[in-house]
Design a binder for this molecule. Sequence first.
Ligand code: SF4
Length: 468
Amino acid sequence: MEAQQSSLTRYDHFRKVDAVCDLFQMAIATGASSPADLDIPMLMGILPEYHASLVPQIYPEVIEAILKPKNRAATLAHMAAAKRYVADLTAALDRGQPVLYNFAVTTPEIFLAMDLVPLCYELMPLYIAAAFVGGVDQDIDLTEDEGLPGHICSAQKAPNGALMSGKMPMPDIMVKTTVPCNSSNMMYQWAQQQFGAKVVVVDSPYYANRRAFGYYVQEWKNMVRSVEQLTGHKLDEERLRHHVQLGNEQLKYYYGLQELRRRIPNPDPGMHRALDVAGLYLCGANQEMVEYSKTCYREARERADAGIAVVGDKKEIRTIWTWGSTPHMLYLPDWLEDRFGMSFLECGLSYMPAEIVGYVDTTSVDSMIEGLALRAFNMPMGRTGMTHADLMIEDFVKVAKAYHADAAVFSGHMACKHSWAVAKMLGDALQERAGIPSFKWETDLLDTRFTPHSSAKAQLGEFFETLM
Ligand code: SF4
């Protein structure tokens, strides 16, 4: 009888992410500090065929960035964590556990505690787009071929296309918070229709006050009950506590880094913010992700104590990114750092206020669900995506002042229509109250064709040149 193919080789996105972890780890392990130092023919000779086939598709700029001494250890640690996550995930798939896709403001602890296969719907495409030239453009096209327009969010178009082409497993259940946008809500409903999965909705209030949060916690409890009923998998308290404790540990270093980035000079490399976002989506998944967070903190701490700047000898342009970074340009913050002295303080996809979110109380199942709900309530996109504009404006004015920012960049994802309206008010507030200029440019999270890399570099380069 023919042996069943393992999930790791069956699903192209898992296989690719796993292989790119190997490739990055291998490149760093050579000790090379630039691509020119790599003995490519020798490496190609020893790589498995599949891995070798991927090498020409990887962004050379990403290789250049990860080999730099300031990025090596964090990249190594993150690759170990991502590889562990894919291994655990595919092992659970091979055991036949139900597949649950969750939206990016919800972290996986509860679903891991139910022994499901939890996968952030938007995550795998982020990794693929970050590493490979034109990473998920074809998946986006597949979705658009179904008649969906170009101006809806690629964060859902890409995984939809990956499902249609068998690159990711079909969902049994999808969990969707109704924050942040109508676009994502409708796309999950479309996925429900297309793939036959049941979407469990976590109704998310418009307001951000105590009463609204009380309602939200009830919605989380309803969601847990619904997922238990639909899968027959019960939430295991001890398993939940284990993952929540891992998440708390991970966040301890995450919050520590936020403190360190307030220092002048900023000791924390900007390329790590995109990795932090992925780390946040996998909060509590494994010990290796804690190690990633700890590695970033330890290295930044050492630099801070020695007064070493990530921008080297350049004049530092301390910058807040008021929407997000651009995942398919993972190398961009590193390029701006070394070329213009831009240091990356916070961004709208990774900023989560430590003083509000804190840690999850592990006393009981209820306290853990409440703590996780509080985190989701304040996660990037969850906190500011669908409420009064004041919240986002006040957050970033506060960050700009506390971190001593010199400039702001709004990398507006074209599908986030709501955030474009805030961008104007936010830019004005930052100028008036924090005294810093804001540069706004249009990009797409995952579609490389919307604003080509050369155009992005030219626009941002022109802005930062005026500040040098
Ligand atoms: S808030 Fe923006 S990035 Fe997030 S799902 Fe909606 S359109 Fe996409």
